[in-house]
Design a protein around this ligand. Structure first.
Ligand code: FAD
Length: 384
């Protein structure tokens, strides 16, 4: 067992940190508040090969693993620039197309996703079927060489930035279980019949959320990824990367918050000594540091298991849960450490709250992870 990171990984960390540090939290905040995209940052990391570092070299990727992509996500967040679409485009969508796409599909979509020139969003959530994907009602009906899609998805991130969306749709019903048979389609965002309405949320993030309507949207059969009806199984290949990337983003946020908090606690004096002298300030920060380090170990385990081809489900779920909780605690304590300044825009902490809180709920909620661990790790009966 070796806990040291390779020289290559350390170099990647440094390189991402340098680029992200050049942009910094103020850039990220401006992009979020001024309602514009973080294009310059996205382009900068794309040009250096960071976005597609996990995708196959043959299709423009870096030929590395999720370990490397997680480092990219962590370092961006640690610099105050977490990017939601990094969880979506190269991690969920890229992994699924790389694994289950045909040669043509990989050649069509992966080079753009890898370079960042093209973004592919991901749509599973529906108004009447959130955590329960068996209830999805968006349908895809075969019609000659095409499928016709009808239905509504919501909370879909980055549709305005995306060239296409990987859509999870129902193509039939399993007679034995009565559950929907799901399939995956890449749907161009300019397809006739596809419309998207902005869904306002109280989160500071450069990515916007959308309700997406599919009104008899026709997609060629060539846009079906993998086998019809086997979408849920294919999707599992993308969901562990999703959980791992979300965990890595949270890990970066925890570092960002604790670094700021410790710097401030060393400098700020109100009783003649730095406030970090007081255990009321030092101990909660130390506890947060312990939480964050433990959570990160599980993140590294999840990355390792995924990249080695082992089942990463349990580790990815635990890592997602632990890092989301650790980052919230770290950020909250960093805000507390800063007193009133913790809530000032200038200190860049309260500005991260919505994003950090989001990662407790999405891409998979805390409760669904507890369900997973209860059922799969502890062998408890399924409650739903
Ligand atoms: C900013 C943002 C961005 C998002 N981006 C995307 C995206 O790009 N693509 C996409 O497809 N989706 C996206 N989502 C959706 C997100 O993945 C869902 O909101 C999340 O999975 C929870 O689903 P839900 O909102 O339908 O909650 P529901 O399923 O309605 O659940 C509501 C509450 O009940 C709990 N609950 C539900 N079932 C159980 C159970 N069996 N046991 C215990 N508790 C339960 C949940 O944990 C939750 O706390 C995004 C959401 C947000 C807010």
């Amino acid at each position: 067992m070796d806990f040291t990171e390779t020289d290559e990984l350390l170099m990647l960390r440094e390189a991402v940190a340098k680029v992200a540090g050049g942009f910094g939290h103020e850039y990220w905040l401006r992009a979020s508040r001024e309602d514009r995209r973080p294009t310059e940052l996205w382009r900068a990391i794309g040009e250096l090969g960071f976005i597609g570092v996990n995708l196959s070299e043959e299709h423009g990727g870096g030929g590395q693993g999720l370990t490397e992509l997680a480092v990219v996500a962590e370092e961006l967040a640690a610099a105050g620039c977490p990017l939601l679409l990094l969880v979506v485009s190269p991690a969920i969508v890229g992994s699924v197309i790389d694994r289950f796409g045909t040669d043509d599909q990989r050649a069509r979509w992966l080079p753009g996703v890898a370079s960042g020139e093209s973004i592919v969003a991901f749509a599973i959530t529906e108004p009447d079927a959130g955590s329960n994907s068996h209830q999805l009602s968006t349908s895809a009906v075969r019609d000659g060489d095409e499928y016709r899609l009808n239905g509504t998805k919501y909370y879909i991130s980055g549709v305005d930035e995306a060239d296409a969306i990987l859509v999870v749709a129902k193509t039939g019903v399993d007679e034995a279980t009565g559950r929907g048979r799901l399939s995956l389609f890449v749907v161009p965002t300019d397809a006739a019949g596809l419309t998207a309405d902005l869904l306002p949320v109280e989160i500071t993030a450069p990515e916007k959320q959308f309700t997406v309507f599919f009104d008899d949207v026709r997609v060629p059969r060539a846009n079906l990824i993998g086998t019809e009806g086997d979408g849920l199984r294919h999707l599992f290949f993308g969901l562990n990367p999703e959980r791992i990337m979300s965990a890595a983003t949270s890990a970066g946020i925890a570092r960002y918050a604790l670094t700021k908090a410790a710097d401030y606690a060393r400098e700020r004096r109100v009783w003649g000594v730095p406030i970090g002298t007081h255990q009321g300030i030092a101990h909660p920060l130390a506890e947060s540091k312990i939480d964050a380090e433990l959570a990160k170990l599980m993140l590294q385990k999840a990355c390792w298991r995924y990249d080695q081809g082992h089942d990463a489900g349990e580790a990815a779920n635990i890592a997602k849960y632990a890092n989301a909780e650790a980052s919230l605690r770290a950020l909250d304590q960093a805000i507390q450490t800063h007193g009133g300044n913790g809530l000032a825009t200038e200190y860049g902490l309260a500005t991260m709250w919505g994003f950090t809180r989001l990662l407790r709920t999405a891409p998979v909620s805390r409760e669904m992870i507890l369900n997973f661990v209860g059922q799969h790790s502890l062998g408890l009966p399924k409650s739903y």
